[in-house]
Design a protein around this ligand. Sequence first.
Ligand code: CP
Ligand code: NVA
Length: 332
Amino acid sequence: MDLKGRDFLTLKDFTPEEIIYMIDLAELLKKKKKNHEPVDVYRGYNAALIFEKTSTRTRCSFEVAANDLGMGVTYLDPTSSQIGKKESIADTARVLSSMFDGIEYRGYGQVIVEELAKYSKVPVWNGLTDEYHPTQMLADMLTIREHFGKLKGLKLVYMGDARFNMGNSLMIACAKLGLSFTACTTKEYFPNAELVKECEEYAKASGGSISLEEDVMKGTKDADIIYTDVWVSMGEPTEVWKERIDSLMPYQVNKKVMDNASEGAVFMHCLPAYHDLNTGVGREVFEKFGLKEIEVTNEVFESDKSIVFEEAENRMHTIKAVMAATLGENFL
Ligand code: CP
Ligand code: NVA
């Protein structure tokens, strides 16, 4: 398998075999990390990390992964570079790719990361856009495979806003890898019809399936994985909180939902999550709407069924695999 020089913008661009290859590579790199085996084959390489939106997991994963691989990193935060304000994406790409060996980008429209990749001579890695979050997918699929020992045939149910990066990306990942994907939400929040059609084609080839379901009990029945994300994503105005709460409250992940899923079901969330009042946004929502927990109850989040922190750790191992593979090293 040779992914050298490839951009990593969305899983749509990768075959199931290529995706599994990156997950296998991440598993190997995780073992090496646990055994303290060095993998610093990229000494002298450098990566630029552009974050137009904030981050904890993705930034730390890129930085730690790069350091483990022997690479240096330069972090460009949402305010202190010229990008977009004084310099176009095309010009930025040509400048950065003359100095760095790879470029990570987190920001708004997918078109921006595509433009960056078009003008860059080095691999571009999507660290989240409004439409897709592909590095999160590799981590999620690795976590699911570690837990269940397989991917094919499992039922993943996504609850909440299924039209944004997480819903879209999970639908693509499941369709490519042969899982059954259900968006369980009110129909205004179903993923867009064109993407659903595309994913149905992937699912035909992989043995997976796609379904859209408004009824919570029907949608979550026999689920192996219940997945949710925040109801208001980065870059959206705070005014949308009211309509999201009004529409999505019936789709909160709570004990009733988990009890309706299969006996061995797990709870997943890309994080950060609003499950208590220990966040600024959580407290603001409480003051305005009286909710102590939002997309998931604290009971489920803290339960034995929750594998969210295993999932978060796997962000680092999978991002390391993406960097290593697209720079040309396969370790396998
Ligand atoms: N899941 C995720 O992307 O987290 P961060 O926003 O902290 O990077
Ligand atoms: N949908 C969320 C994902 C965060 C990892 C957001 O875009 O804010």
